[in-house]
Design a protein around this ligand. Structure first.
Ligand code: GDD
Ligand code: MN
Length: 385
């Protein structure tokens, strides 16, 4: 098939109203563009791809999480006249990693790139990345940390600092030898990504780190320097809370994927709840002068409420309940946790045979209670809409 015809397909509809379908070569490269509120940036980034990728048969897959600013509609409008542009609109879901994975899995091209849609990533690097894959690499990472690369003015000082700590941890804990494991700009052979997909976490935003650690050394990796640019329009979607996702991913990978990131977060929140419980108990007993049973019950409610708020803020940030939904969620959470206490005490009792094993019985009960709380609150409180 004529590749030139493909690469020169115009961004706008042809002036004549011929009904002949345009002849398209299959794409060699799919560029996955995850978007959330990027309506103003999408047309610009597509224009730039078209300029830069003249020698490559490419397509762009925009994965939009139903952005309120109408990004989907803007992208579809372009797709109506440009067959190289495809759009996936995800409803009821949020998350950068999940969007990228879905985009990758919607591609049939041998190479896939993941790139931010806000123009912070230098698209002129793409042809070189393609060359590296053609020369035998499995994964090419655009790095701000190798010679010649930089974060430019695109990253605030505090984020730069946080990102250095996170990089160090990734290296130590996961043996990931990348200069910039937090980079959101890379290109990979689709067959490799496809094979790893079942192991990847859809939560969070660290898809590159996830890919490389899941591959456990089986990828031939090449790093290319690039300068992180300033955002063109709009604002960053990644707040400081996403750092917690990152640590969650680190822990989950470190523990060999036995437990999900979400369960780990839930467990951490639960542990914080114990502390809250004890502090509240102390206050009710010694400041409020409550009798013990009342103080213990009141402290349980304080701890459950704090757990609910933290889980709603962190563990289920992608399904956060607001307003009346949050109130109903809080009530179902109380109900779930009350049954959790029964599961906890029941299991502990079953196991408790000898006083010397009190801690084992206690821990088994607590874990059982946590598993119940997690499963039941996922089904009831933060159920998928
Ligand atoms: N579909 C979808 N869903 N897209 C999202 C979501 C989401 O929940 N959150 C963010 N995006 C899209 C944005 O629209 C943008 O195109 C891209 O993902 C990056 O998001 P930004 O909000 O611009 O992230 P950033 O600039 O703060 O962070 C970038 O740099 C980090 C390194 O410091 C990203 O490239 C990160 O991946 C990278 O780690
Ligand atoms: Mn950005």
């Amino acid at each position: 098939m004529d590749q030139a015809a493909h690469t020169k397909a115009p961004l706008k509809a042809p002036a004549d109203d011929s009904i002949a379908a345009p002849v398209l070569a299959p794409a060699d490269l799919s560029v996955i563009l995850p978007t959330f509120n990027e309506a103003e940036n999408v047309p610009v980034v597509l224009d730039r791809l078209s300029d830069t990728l003249r020698g490559v048969a490419w397509e762009a897959i925009i994965v939009d999480d139903n952005s309120p600013d109408g990004t989907t509609a803007v992208a579809r409008k372009i797709a109506e006249t440009d067959p190289r542009v495809r759009v996936i609109r995800r409803v009821g879901r949020r998350g950068l990693s999940g969007a990228c994975i879905e985009g990758i899995l919607a591609s049939s091209a041998p190479f896939v790139a993941v790139m931010d849609a806000d123009l912070q990533h230098d698209e002129t690097l793409l042809p070189r990345m393609v060359m590296e894959l053609r020369a035998g690499a499995d994964l090419v990472v655009a790095s701000r940390k190798v010679d010649g690369g930089s974060s430019g003015t695109g990253l605030s000082g505090i984020r730069e600092w946080g990102s250095n700590i996170a990089n160090g941890l990734a290296k130590k804990l996961l043996n990931v030898n990348l200069s910039d494991p937090m980079s959101g700009f890379f290109m990979i052979r689709r067959e490799k990504a496809e094979a790893l997909a079942p192991k990847l976490s859809a939560q969070g935003f660290k898809i590159l780190l996830d890919i490389v650690s899941s591959a456990a050394g089986s990828l031939k990796i090449k790093e290319l320097p690039f300068t992180f640019r300033e955002r063109l329009h709009g604002e960053s979607k990644l707040d400081t809370l996403v750092t917690l996702d990152y640590f969650g991913l680190l822990m989950a990978k470190y523990f060999g994927n036995i437990v999900s990131v979400r369960f780990l977060m839930f467990g951490l929140v639960g542990a914080s709840g114990l502390l809250v419980h004890l502090l509240a108990l102390r206050a009710f007993l010694f400041v409020g002068n409550f009798e013990f049973n009342l103080a213990q019950t009141a402290a349980s409610f304080v701890a459950m409420t704090s757990n609910f708020l933290l889980n709603n803020q962190l563990t289920y940030r992608d399904r956060r309940l607001r307003g009346l939904d949050a109130l109903i969620g809080l009530l179902t959470f109380y109900a779930v946790c009350s049954v959790g206490v029964l599961a906890n005490v029941g299991v502990a009792n079953l196991i408790y045979l000898e006083p010397s094993y009190w801690w084992f019985a206690g821990a088994a009960g607590a874990i059982m209670g946590a598993v119940w709380n997690y499963a039941a609150s996922a089904a009831l409180t933060w159920r998928k809409i």
